[in-house]
Design a protein around this ligand. Structure first.
Ligand SMILES: *Cc1c(COP(=O)(O)O)cnc(C)c1O
Length: 399
């Protein structure tokens, strides 16, 4: 290893196999993107959100896959993620940072033609200085406060920002005017979403009054992109639906109503997660399995040892509850999920041997383990479980 690698802990080339692996389906992505595009209004650009390592799927792979299906706008939550996207994107793809960009990285963003949110009036002065210094235009999206009370300028500061932007248009492009809906996936938030849409229109009216319009307007996330056409404007920032998940049951049922069907499966999960049986063991009736007394064999049992634990993103809440697939059959988890192991009951699955494929998430023969089967047991959100999949797990693109 060179000194530089040691100093930065850069990954070194691996020779041995990781304990598990992720597969990402290009055809499932194509299906999802086609569906989302069909839902979007004419002229609405699709921006796919790849924050949180692409909802755990892996930024390098997802950016490559999104390029193949013609997605040309990528949104991230931080400059740190943007830098990874930059490494893997094609020339036609634009990058937008929706969240944290440190002062020290503004120059980097401008130099790499990366669009970014500005939600704080004072930041504009800094952006101006950097743009002048680099002799390059900065592309900013002004985020406005419409009722979420996280980031976003209030009206008072927005008015000042408009004046500033208009005066400095040689250096700063008013690329977008945006806000984020706080809970568009739930019908119980309708009154709130309506209020946010109205407030957003107020900011647009202010732009019109001042005769200074943003190049594009955008407020939609997956939920509103799928069922609220009035939120589409010029671009939709679609995260969870890209990966084949409905944002919520509410959105799914609204979709069914719109297409007048009893059921529909226009999107598919992209991700599968697999490993192999590490060992098998016979457990006499009455013995405990794993740590503590969480599971006592009720009969003479056979168990398989799985080389994955909570350190690999496998939720501990699955202890004594979840299933994996072996030989296409469901094998129930016996005992606690350990840091890097857990055991499953294979008493009714004949001839299981070390090295047999284990599906943790996804399909094997006629059975499927869905992300929702994890989240039902563990109260985790789909997004929470997925985004915690460690980056170290190798990811492979499959057809
Ligand atoms: C995460 C995020 C999105 C995408 O949300 P989904 O519900 O996953 O589509 C859009 N906009 C902003 C600002 C976000 O942070």
């Amino acid at each position: 290893m060179t000194k530089r690698q040691v100093a930065h802990f850069e990954p070194f080339t691996r020779n041995v196999k990781h304990t598990s692996r992720i597969e990402l389906s290009q055809s499932a992505l194509k299906k999802n993107i086609n569906f989302i595009r069909k839902k979007l209004s004419d002229g609405t650009r699709l921006s796919c959100v790849v924050k949180a390592n692409a909802y755990g799927h892996g930024i390098p792979q997802m950016v490559t896959m999104l390029d193949k299906v013609g997605v040309d706008h990528i949104s991230v939550a931080s400059a740190f993620e943007a830098e990874e996207v930059l490494e893997f994107k094609s020339d036609r793809m634009d990058i937008m940072i929706m969240g944290i960009l440190y002062d020290q990285d503004i120059e980097w963003a401008i130099a790499h033609n990366i669009e970014f949110y500005v939600f704080n009036y004072d930041r504009l002065q800094l952006v101006l200085e950097k743009a002048k210094k680099l002799k390059r235009q900065a592309k900013v999206h002004i985020e406005v406060e419409t009722g979420t009370n996280r980031t976003g300028m209030t009206e008072e500061f927005f008015k000042k920002a408009l004046t500033f932007l208009k005066r400095n248009k040689a250096h700063i492009v008013f690329k977008g005017l945006c806000t984020h809906l706080g809970g568009a996936e739930s019908l119980s938030n309708t009154f709130r979403t309506e209020q946010q849409k109205e407030r957003y229109k107020g900011y647009l009216a202010e732009c019109k009054k001042r005769r200074y319009m943003p190049e594009i307007k955008h407020i939609a996330c997956s939920a509103s992109a799928l069922v609220m056409p009035e939120t589409h404007y010029d671009m939709a920032r679609v995260g969870v639906a890209t990966y084949g998940f409905w944002p919520s049951p509410d959105v799914y049922y609204q979709h069914l109503q719109q297409v007048n069907k009893m059921r529909d499966a226009p999107m598919s999960r992209i991700i599968s997660w697999k490993t192999d049986v590490m060992d098998t063991k016979h457990v006499p009736k009455g013995d405990f399995i794993g740590y503590g007394t969480a599971y006592q064999a009720t009969h003479d049992m056979d168990v398989a040892v799985i080389p994955v634990g909570y350190c690999n993103g496998y939720p501990r809440g699955q202890s004594n509850r979840g299933y994996v697939l072996i030989k296409g059959r469901k094998a129930r988890i016996t005992g606690l999920i350990n840091m890097n192991l857990f055991m499953v009951d294979i008493s009714d699955i004949p001839n299981v041997k070390a090295g047999d494929e284990v599906v943790l998430l996804g399909k094997q023969k006629n059975n499927t383990i869905k992300v929702s089967s994890f989240t039902n047991y563990t109260q985790l959100l789909n997004n929470e479980m997925l985004s915690r999949m460690p980056t170290a797990i190798p990811r492979k693109i499959v057809r």
